[in-house]
Design a binder for this molecule. Structure first.
Ligand code: ZN
Length: 223
């Protein structure tokens, strides 16, 4: 049974609320019975493209269990062909309708990119550079604004800019993803996890069919 994106988003919100309150759902979600049931197949209700940071494990911050989330983790997070392919795989194979691009406060990959922009360091490996280079375009403009003088605010805005850029890249990452999005069969939203509060804030630029509350938020925001 396919779970609509609006409902999937609601499940994630409720799970994060339980996580923040310190009242996780407990044994059922990863029980022996659940494990046995999943041997036959999976139908994850959401795809999470999140950062590798050890403090932001998607299953825990959304209080979900075995078989619930299809999780792709990479520092940043950044969108490269293997991430796009992973999203395509889950959307196509399992009919998963929701993708959340999950950044977080104090992100080390974004911090490294800001440092690199200020003091280019040739000693980075080519592989690490490939991550920094994918974050760079969305954050370098911020350095030229007033934020350049406020390191904390700069990092905060850079994290958000990276999530927005990654979300956009993913939305146009492939013909398959574009087609599913156009047919309202795939919703891709950005979100930010706060290390400090444990709260996941879902960005309000998402066009969620049938979700009035989010549309109200959007129109109040002036478009
Ligand atoms: Zn990070």
């Amino acid at each position: 049974m396919t779970i609509p994106a609006v409902e999937a988003l609601q499940r994630l919100r409720e799970g994060n609320r339980r996580f923040v309150a310190g009242t996780p759902s407990g044994e059922g979600v990863s029980s022996l019975a659940r494990r046995a049931e999943l041997v036959a197949g999976q139908q994850p209700f959401a795809i999470i493209l999140g950062c590798s940071d050890s403090r932001v494990p998607a299953e825990i911050v959304f209080d979900q269990g075995l078989g619930d989330l299809f999780v792709i983790r990479v520092a940043g997070p950044v969108v490269a062909p293997s991430q796009i392919g992973s999203v395509e795989f889950a959307a196509d194979r399992f009919g998963t309708r929701l993708v959340v691009v999950l950044g977080h406060s104090q992100c080390g990959a974004v911090t490294a990119t800001l440092e690199e922009l200020r003091r280019p360091d040739e000693s980075h490996s080519r592989n690490l550079r490939s991550i920094v280079d994918r974050i760079r375009p969305s954050v370098e403009g911020l350095l030229k604004t007033d934020l350049g003088r406020d390191p904390d605010a700069l990092l905060r805005e850079a994290v958000r800019a990276n999530v927005r850029a990654a979300t956009n890249q993913l939305r146009h990452g492939s013909e398959l993803i574009e087609r599913l999005s156009e047919q309202d069969e795939l919703l891709i939203v950005g979100a930010e996890y706060s290390l400090e509060s444990g709260v996941v804030h879902i960005f309000d630029d998402a066009e969620v069919p049938g979700d009035d509350r989010m549309q109200v938020t959007r129109s109040r925001g002036g478009g």
